[in-house]
Design a protein. Structure first.
Length: 319
């Protein structure tokens, strides 16, 4: 494997992407890539659809999410956005333990909504097993957090994610990226991390960039053709092949992405799952039937990686 995209936002990143999952799987296959990650913002809603689409096209799916840290205050700036943002982390699933930990983090984040679901740094450190952490180039603590706070965030991450921490780089031809591309190797060296290449994908092809502009214009409540409607406007955030990424970033970050992809091999459990044989107590009434089934159906086992044991069929019943 010469390269794998480790940061792809699908349409489940609401108003921040124009990537359909079925089209993504086909394009990954057509580009000759073995694996690809879907990393939506604050959720895993694409997990099962992405797994199905990828398997259909013979692509190995990688799972993850972009998670936003709780800001230092909940004050708003003049633009109506959070004033003291400290950044986001891209968490990628290595194994079943990592999947459970990412689910726990995202579930907790929904109870701390502030423009986005929010996670606490202490929770990330406590649920780091089975996860890899990538510092997003556009939204990581090294870019958004106040300089006085960066060490307080980055040093614990480096200590906890030893050998599993990376600094993301990509090149969309936008002015501010030049400084970030220069600083990334220095930051990675100070944290004993790797520089990992991505293309922060938000649309399938360059020709789809206007669709992303429209989506983001809706999010910003602006006209899509207004001057500076989107400050990061670029048509380069598409799913390009390995040769093009290497031409932009060089071999080192792309080789690191390929190595990371080899270690990200969590697969959803498959097998036979059954509704329980028990019936709801008659005193609950007929309207309780579905809630009873929902209570007893082994969803935690399905999504936690442990298949439910098969139940013997009653005489005359097929399970």
């Amino acid at each position: 494997m010469s390269f794998a995209h480790l940061r792809v936002h699908s349409t489940h990143s609401l108003l921040d992407s124009a990537v359909p999952l079925r089209g993504l799987a086909r394009r990954v296959r057509d580009l000759g890539m073995d694996a690809c990650a879907v990393t939506d913002s604050g959720n895993l809603c694409a997990l099962v659809p992405w797994w199905k689409a990828a398997k259909k096209e013979g692509v190995r799916p990688i799972f993850g999410a972009l998670t936003w840290l709780e800001p230092t205050t909940r004050e708003l700036g003049p633009d109506g956005l959070p004033k003291d943002e400290v950044g986001a982390l891209l968490l990628l699933v290595e194994d079943a333990a990592g999947y459970r930990n990412l689910c726990a983090l995202l579930s907790g984040a929904t109870r701390r909504m502030f423009f986005r679901p929010r996670i606490l740094l202490s929770e990330v450190l406590a649920h780091a097993a089975g996860l890899r952490c990538l510092l997003p180039m556009d939204a990581g603590p090294q870019r958004l957090a106040a300089p006085s706070l960066r060490a307080e965030i980055l040093e614990p991450l480096a200590e906890t994610f030893q050998g599993r921490l990376g600094v993301e780089v990509y090149d969309h031809g936008i002015g501010w990226e030049t400084a970030s591309l220069t600083e990334a190797p220095l930051l990675a060296a100070s944290l004993h991390a790797e520089v990992v290449g991505t293309n922060a994908v938000r649309h399938l092809g360059a020709e789809d960039a206007p669709v992303l502009d429209l989506v983001r214009a809706v999010a910003a409540k602006r006209a899509a053709d207004a001057p500076h409607a989107w400050r990061l406007r670029s048509d380069q955030a598409y799913l390009c092949d390995a040769a093009e990424v290497r031409a932009r970033l060089g071999d080192g970050p792309c080789n690191a992405a390929a190595r990371w992809a080899e270690g990200l091999r969590y697969a959803l459990p498959t097998g036979s799952f059954h509704f329980p044989r028990s019936d709801p107590p008659p005193e609950l009434g007929a309207e309780a039937t579905w809630s009873w089934l929902w209570t007893w159906f082994p969803l935690p086992r399905v999504f936690g990686g442990v298949p439910a044991p098969p139940l013997p069929a009653r005489e005359g019943e097929a399970w």
